[in-house]
Design a protein around this ligand. Structure first.
Ligand code: 5GP
Ligand code: ZN
Length: 130
């Protein structure tokens, strides 16, 4: 069974898809400060910002991580990157520079198992990251 698209089905780590936090935000069941939306993706401000601009860009579909992406997600990724480009302009960081971060798995610190891109801007960032 395809666990990416079956609400009510248990995900392999025991959380019901319908309980996924970012699915609930995309459905409007949990409030968020929404910045911009597209048909396949939504952008909202991180509840615990790590920079003056900290926006999460999230596919509407429950895609747990990068390894769950396939060629069928072209439209999703097009909307994700269109949002990133638009929001960089609207937040005034397109010219200054900003960082897009994708945490994957435990060692990278992924806390929410629904694919999401962090947009961080408005300050200088060190490299390598901590
Ligand atoms: P991760 O660590 O999985 O890459 O990022 C998850 C992000 O989601 C964190 O930066 C965290 O602050 C953010 N977050 C967690 N819960 C909520 C919430 O209820 N609302 C919003 N807007 N962001 C959240
Ligand atoms: Zn989800």
């Amino acid at each position: 069974m395809d666990r990416r698209s079956n609400a009510g089905v248990f995900m392999e780590w025991g959380t019901k898809l319908e309980d996924c936090l970012f699915c609930r935000i995309t459905r409007g069941e949990v409030g968020a400060d929404i910045v911009e939306e597209k048909p396949h993706a939504i952008a909202f401000r991180d509840i615990n910002p790590q920079a003056p601009v900290h926006v999460l860009v999230v596919p509407r579909e429950h895609i747990p991580s990068v390894s769950d992406l396939g060629p069928e997600h072209c439209d999703v990724l097009a909307d994700v990157f269109a949002l990133i480009g638009d929001i960089a302009v609207s937040e005034g960081i397109a010219q200054r520079g900003y960082r897009v971060v994708l945490n994957i798995g435990e060692e990278a610190g992924q806390a929410v198992d629904h694919l999401h891109f962090h947009m961080l801007g408005g300050r200088f960032f060190s490299w390598p990251p901590g």
